[in-house]
Design a protein around this ligand. Structure first.
Ligand code: PBG
Length: 328
C-alpha cells in the first residue's frame, strides 16, 4: 500500500450538498445598498461611462423605491446632478431644504416608507469647483466646511433621510454632525461615515454622473487618503467611531479589501464597502465585450466583500444582483 493522504481537501467540494454545508459566506439582497442618481430634467438619462446606470428624473424616484422593495434591497443611496446655474463656491444649494436631494428623499419615503434612505454629505455636486469643501485662497478650508456640512445634513434629515453619509473627509465632521443631530432632536438618525476614503481614480465615472468632473479644479488629495497608506485608515475609522458614527465605510472597494479586513477585525463595527463607479464600469465594459461573464463576475466580486468582513456593500449592481439572488 502506498501511503494514503488522510486529508483530502476535495471531499468537502465533491457534491453540491457538501459545498452548501461548508460554505462560510452568503450574499443576500439584504446585504446591498443601491446608489441612484437623480437630476433636474424630466427624462431618464443614460450615464455614458456607466452602461446600464441612469440619472432619474424625480418622477421616476418612487418607481426605484418600489423596485428596491420588491427585490429585497434594504436601502437606497441618493446622488444628485444639479443644474450648473445653481452651483457656487460654497455649494449653498446643498443647504436648500427644497433642493433636488431633499425632494428625492421625500419621494422615496412617501412611496416606500420602509426603505432606508441614505444621502451623501459633501459639497461636490453643488460647488462650481467640483470640490467637496469650501475653497478659500486655493485651499479647502476644513472648519468653515464643517458648518456647511451640518446645514446640508440637517435639511436632508428634515426631508426624511434615515442615514447621513458624510463622504467629504474633512476632519471632525462626524462629531460636528452628530452634535447638531442630537441638539436638533434627531437622535435616531444613523451616520454611515465614509471613514477610509481614498483619493482614487476609480471615481471617474461617478463624477461624470453627478456632473462634477468638468468643473473639478485640482484634485482631492489634501483630504482624501493616499492609496499607499493602510495604518492611517485605522486612525480615520477610530476617530469617526469616537465622534459618533454608527457604521463605517471603506471606499473604493475591491482594491482595498485589505483595509476592509483590518477595519472589521480591529473595530467589529458594522462595516461597509463601496464598489465604486470605476469598478462597476470595468466589470460592465469587459462583460459587454464578451470577455468576462458580467453576472458571474459581479456576484463573485460582491461575495468577496463579505468574505473580507463587510456587513454590506454599496453597488450599482444591486438590483441585478438581487434579481439573480432571488431566482436561485
Ligand atoms: C462625493 C462622492 C464621490 C463618490 C461618492 N461620493 C466622488 C468623489 O469623492 O470624488 C464616488 C462614488 C463612485 O465613484 O461610485 N464626495
Amino acid at each position: 500500500m502506498t501511503s494514503f493522504p488522510t486529508t483530502r481537501m476535495r471531499r468537502t467540494r465533491s457534491q453540491p450538498w457538501a459545498r452548501d454545508l461548508v460554505r462560510q459566506n452568503q450574499l443576500a439582497p439584504s446585504d446591498l445598498i443601491w446608489p441612484i442618481f437623480v437630476h433636474e430634467g424630466s427624462e431618464i438619462e443614460a450615464v455614458t461611462s456607466m452602461p446600464g446606470v441612469n440619472r432619474l428624473p424625480l418622477s421616476e424616484v418612487a418607481g426605484a423605491a418600489r423596485t428596491a422593495r420588491d427585490l429585497g434591497l434594504p436601502a437606497i443611496a441618493l446622488f444628485p446632478k444639479i443644474d450648473d446655474a445653481k452651483k457656487d463656491v460654497s455649494g449653498s444649494e446643498a443647504a436648500n431644504p427644497d433642493n433636488l436631494v431633499c425632494r428625492a428623499i421625500h419621494e422615496l419615503k412617501s412611496a416606500v416608507p420602509e426603505i432606508g434612505v441614505m444621502a451623501d454629505v459633501a459639497l461636490d455636486p453643488f460647488t462650481n469647483t467640483g470640490q467637496d469643501g469650501l475653497l478659500v485662497d486655493g485651499k479647502i478650508d476644513n472648519d468653515q466646511t464643517l458648518d456647511l456640512l451640518v446645514a446640508q445634513s440637517l435639511v436632508q434629515v428634515g426631508a426624511g433621510c434615515d442615514i447621513i453619509a458624510p463622504s467629504d473627509m474633512m476632519d471632525g465632521r462626524i462629531g460636528h454632525i452628530r452634535n447638531a443631530l442630537e441638539n436638533g432632536g434627531h437622535t435616531d438618525t444613523l451616520i454611515m461615515s465614509y471613514a477610509a476614503k481614498y483619493a482614487s481614480a476609480f471615481y471617474g465615472p461617478f463624477r461624470d454622473a453627478v456632473g462634477s468632473s468638468g468643473s473639478l479644479t485640482g484634485d482631492k488629495k489634501t483630504y482624501q487618503m493616499d492609496p499607499a497608506n493602510g495604518d492611517e485608515a485605522l486612525r480615520e475609522v477610530a476617530l469617526d467611531i469616537e465622534e459618533g458614527a454608527d457604521m463605517v465605510m471603506i471606499k473604493p472597494g475591491q482594491p482595498y479589501l485589505d483595509i476592509v479586513m483590518r477595519v472589521k477585525q480591529r473595530f467589529g463595527m458594522p462595516t461597509f464597502a463601496y464598489q465604486v463607479s470605476g469598478e462597476y464600469a470595468m466589470i460592465r465594459a469587459a462583460g459587454d465585450q464578451g470577455w468576462i461573464d458580467t453576472d458571474a463576475v459581479m456576484l463573485e466580486s460582491l461575495l468577496a466583500f463579505k468574505r473580507a468582513g463587510c456587513d454590506g456593500v454599496l453597488s450599482y449592481f444591486a438590483p441585478r444582483a438581487a434579481e439573480l439572488l432571488q431566482s436561485t
